[in-house]
Design a protein around this ligand. Structure first.
Ligand code: FO1
Length: 327
């Protein structure tokens, strides 16, 4: 069994790639829920939905989030009532059905893991999709705005500010105990899955915004570190740039090097191997000096063949580490 530590778009594509080269029933995804938000009374779990829709072949390929062939009737009406003040976060009509289902099941007392399993079952997924926690973890982003430091909710930063303001700090709230609230626990099955996995993959998601909150929750980071030798991380940074999103600028804002070497310094305690793109072949020595075995291969999933190629490279890297599923 393989366990993938996952954020949104990059992870979803990695999971689809792995599913095309190994039995999807042998893959468990542990997905970030720090981006979750409540809008119009509805519980939205963007990374869980991105993973599920992608694996179900239902993702909008242009945005990488939301449903393919979506319609926007509800948003148009909401905008007519309240303008962009209310309609700043785009929830398509079909996507809304998922949020309504999740919210009503949570109100009935179901856990987020149970609802996620129900949503995955509706789409016939064979990959097991687990939220990192059934408890609320809220990634807060402190930014510099108008000369002051302002703490924002994740989506206020990511969508509201188009992730274009300098970031001063990223804090996953809820991962440590606070007065009146215990620390978030890993969702049922997460720690066992990591402990028993043949191999663990840290997906090419934003290290600070997406993977960081997963590793900070309920002992998940410690569990992955204990499987360090069997863990392969895929760099989301290629030639100093993120393919999508603000991973490069946030790394730099927070004092890390926005490069495969910065990624290696961050993941060395958790993963023995870092897979970097051929564009970064020249930096393999520095990755190794940071304490990770460096595998160099094409990592851009520009089409199904390239994605399958990356999936096979990850399996080969696991096998070379003495890990990975039987093939
Ligand atoms: N991203 C945007 O840039 N604009 C949006 O309006 C937006 C809406 C949205 C709705 C549902 C969903 O599952 C994802 C959505 N996203 C949107 C993406 C989301 O903000 C990011 O993918 C993640 O939270 C970062 O991983």
């Amino acid at each position: 069994m393989l366990v993938a530590i996952a954020g949104g778009v990059g992870a979803a594509r990695m999971l689809a790639a792995l599913s095309s080269v190994t039995d999807p029933a042998g893959i468990t995804a542990v997905v970030n829920t720090g981006d979750d938000t409540v809008l119009h009374g509805l519980h939205v779990s963007p990374d869980l939905d991105t993973v599920v829709y992608t694996l179900a072949g239902q993702i909008n390929p242009e945005t990488g989030w939301g449903r393919v062939g979506e319609t926007w009737g509800a948003m148009a009406d909401l905008r007519a009532y309240g303008g962009d003040r209310l309609a700043w976060f785009n929830l398509g009509d079909h996507d809304l059905g998922t949020h309504m289902f999740r919210t009503s099941r949570l109100a009935e007392g179901a856990t987020l893991s149970q609802v996620t399993a129900e949503i995955a079952a509706r789409w016939g997924l064979r990959v097991t999709v687990l939220p990192m926690s059934d408890d609320r973890v809220e990634t807060r982003v402190t930014v510099e705005e108008g000369g002051a430091s302002v703490e924002l909710g994740f989506q206020e930063y990511f969508v509201g500010r188009r992730h274009s303001v300098p970031v001063l700090a990223v804090t996953p709230r809820g991962v440590t105990a606070e007065p009146g609230r215990r620390a978030a626990a890993a969702a049922p099955g997460v720690l066992d899955a990591i402990g028993q996995a043949d191999g663990v993959i840290i997906c090419p998601s934003n290290p600070i915004l997406s993977i960081g909150p997963v590793l900070a929750t309920g002992g998940i980071g410690d569990a992955v570190a204990r499987r360090r030798d069997a863990t392969v991380a895929v760099s989301p940074i290629i030639a100093g740039r993120a393919l999508k999103g603000p991973a490069d600028t946030i790394l730099a804002d927070l004092g890390h090097e926005a490069s495969v070497v910065g990624v290696a310094r961050m993941w060395a305690p958790y993963a023995a191997t870092l897979l970097v793109d051929t564009a970064d072949a020249g930096r393999a020595g520095e990755v190794e000096a940071a304490g990770m075995r460096c595998v160099v291969a094409p990592t851009i999933m520009s089409g199904p063949q390239e994605a399958a190629g990356l999936g096979r490279t990850v399996l080969d890297a696991l096998e070379a580490a003495g890990a990975g599923p039987r093939r």
